[in-house]
Design a protein around this ligand. Structure first.
Ligand code: XMP
Length: 516
């Protein structure tokens, strides 16, 4: 099997680091993010064929800011520094000079190519190009051996190159969509400067991950947390291919699932794969522990811990289980465990942040490096059906984080009914496939309405329907008003206890997709 060429991105805390990884993978080259604290040895061991230094919020002129091992620049690997990465190069090599921020610059700038360079191959040098800036400091003088290959109105040294050492650096961000020709620049770096092969695809991923899991797991048994979503289904099918019946899937009914959640997927898996599959009914345990709990983080922690407890109990009943498999994705990892600290923890996702400190089982997380759209490609590669592939994400803590405030049987029932209508109306049009996720949220307040001749005083349902690529950012979907009207009418008419429906028109950031 071919080992794909790999690019290592050293993360200095930029909000765009994951975007760099995505952009590179989109070209068919495998990329991985390492914290900027990774040792030189680790970087060498990683088998990287090229290195990218990400941007970051710090200033190289301040003590305590993240540093670069100067030897990294001597490894002979093609290297591209972006923003803070560029400043680090200038700061570390002799002759370079970086000035501390006087005027910060965010947003569009017009970039002018000054010198012919492989990095700008195919880009018209006779006109300026829009680029995206986000910086305070700037490079005043390039290090010895470097040429200034581009500038903007505010930044005289906006791009530098030492083609003899294959080191390039840009003050702007080629990874963001607003940078015109950003894709061409990354493409040139990967294929014309680093001479990499585009040999990363989902088929090679599936093959190499299955091999890696076989090796890691050995003769042990694995319990797999199956939720019915595309992520855990893909994990279960891959594990089944790797270790067959030694994979024991566990589906937990925690009492917080929506109507039919998971059931059709479980049915499909039973029919098409000879999986070891067990249902655990733990509704009373979960709801009992959540009784009276209103705080979102507390809900998440209780659910996460209870999940693991249930798994461990189930696992202890099976001989030889040493591992727990989960469908954790890259955005969960990034949002929960910031690589170095600059990006604060936003919410503790239950399949990462909620793990108890003493885990008796080791983790198997084959999708840990993937984005959702990549998982969907894996599902396609595995031959899974559309209804699995295109299933909207459903959070581990389930309806608990869509009932604002206390969770009661009555509230769960109202939300389940309303949500079923949202799902069926989205399915009835092609909007289910168009949007990232659509669901109902039950608000902890009642409002006045009028039904027939009677005054009502009942619950409010909020609709959350969003567009997104990977859940890192999202915007509210511009769903046609007729569809919204149908959903609203049906919920108010069919769900007893609801007399008002509102539509959430907030983007992420600053809001999140889920309400808690
Ligand atoms: P937020 O609310 O953070 O959600 O914008 C981003 C995406 O993640 C899903 N989500 C979760 N998934 N466990 C999960 O497996 C969780 O604890 C969790 N919280 C949020 C959410 O539905 C959205 O797709």
């Amino acid at each position: 099997m071919i080992t794909p060429d790999k690019v290592i991105i050293l993360d200095f805390g930029s909000q765009y680091t994951q975007l760099i990884a995505r952009r590179i993978r989109e070209t068919g080259v495998y990329s991985e993010i390492l914290p900027c604290t990774a040792s030189l040895e680790e970087i060498k061991q990683s088998g990287a064929k090229a290195i990218i230094l990400s941007g970051g919020p710090s200033s190289v002129t301040e003590s305590g800011s993240p540093r670069l091992d100067p030897e990294l620049l001597e490894l002979g690997l093609p290297l591209l520094g972006i923003c803070y990465g560029m400043q680090l190069i200038a700061h570390n090599l002799s002759g370079g000079r970086v000035s501390a921020a006087r005027d910060r610059e965010y947003g569009r700038a017009e970039f002018e190519i000054l010198e012919k360079s492989l990095l700008f191959d195919g880009i018209d040098p006779s006109r300026t190009h829009t680029v995206w800036m986000s910086h305070g400091d700037k490079v005043m003088l390039p290090p010895e051996g470097f040429t200034v290959i581009g500038r903007t109105k505010n930044v005289d040294v906006a791009a530098i190159a030492d083609s003899s050492r294959n080191i390039y650096a840009l003050q702007f961000h080629p990874e963001v969509a607003h940078t015109e020709d950003g894709g061409v620049i990354l493409h040139n770096f990967l294929f014309k400067i680093a001479n990499l092969n585009a040999n990363w695809n989902m088929s090679s991923f599936v093959g190499s991950e299955i091999e890696a899991m076989k090796k890691k797991i050995g003769d042990s048994h694995v319990v797999c947390a199956l939720s019915g979503g595309v992520d855990s289904t893909v994990v279960a099918v891959m594990l089944h291919k790797a270790i067959g019946k030694r994979c024991h899937c566990i589906f937990v009914d925690n009492g917080l699932l929506r109507a039919n959640e998971g059931e059709e997927v479980v049915e499909y898996l039973r029919e098409h794969f000879d999986l070891n599959l067990r249902f655990v009914k733990a509704r009373d345990l979960f709801l009992g522990r959540l009784d009276g709990v209103e705080d979102p983080e507390e809900k998440r922690k209780i659910i996460g811990h209870t999940f693991i407890e249930v798994f461990e109990k189930e696992a202890s009943a099976i001989e030889g289980v040493d591992y727990l498999a989960q469908g954790t994705l890259y955005p969960d990892v990034i949002e929960s465990i910031s690589f170095r600290g600059p990006s604060a923890i936003i919410k503790s996702h239950h399949n990462v942040g909620g793990l108890p400190d003493v885990m008796k089982l080791q983790l198997v997380e084959p999708l840990r490096e993937l984005f959702k759209d990549e998982v969907r490609k894996v599902a396609l590669e595995l031959g899974l059906p559309d209804f699995v592939i295109w299933r909207h994400p459903f959070p581990g803590p389930g309806l608990a984080i869509r009932i604002i405030g206390e969770i009661t049987e009555e509230r769960l029932e109202i939300l389940r009914r309303a949500d079923k209508i949202v799902q069926s109306e989205l399915h009835a049009t092609d909007w289910y496939r168009k949007v990232w996720q659509g669901f109902a949220v039950l608000l902890p307040l009642k409002t006045v309405g009028v039904m027939g001749d009677d005054r009502t005083y009942e619950h409010v349902i909020a609709l959350r329907i969003v567009d997104s690529l990977d859940a890192m950012t999202a915007d509210w979907s511009r769903v046609p008003s007729e569809i919204l009207a149908n959903i609203s009418n049906r919920i108010i008419n069919e769900v007893k206890g609801v007399n008002r429906v509102v539509y959430d028109i907030s983007s992420k950031p600053p809001s999140t997709i889920e309400w808690e």
